[in-house]
Design a protein around this ligand. Sequence first.
Ligand code: ZN
Length: 96
Amino acid sequence: MTDLVSRESLKKSFGFITDDTACPLHIAAEIDQSIELEPAVDPVHAAGGVYCRECEYYLKHPSFKNEERRFCFESPLSPKAKEPDDFCSDGKKAET
Ligand SMILES: [Zn+2]
């Protein structure tokens, strides 16, 4: 599993170097820039979740064919209206 690391926490951890007046400014700037350039991890994906927009259960309801809204059909007998950026614990990434 991917680790989640806070940029803010990293900056505080390196503060003893970057805030030290003996630290050359270009070194402090390099550390700050390196922290900013680290790739961001989506917290939903890191937790093993799937956004509804990515989920195989996220479908149009047969009773509302002319509407754009979609539902989570993980429980087919009780589909729930969902927005694309919603997620649920039963999400399953659709094959692309
Ligand atoms: Zn769902």
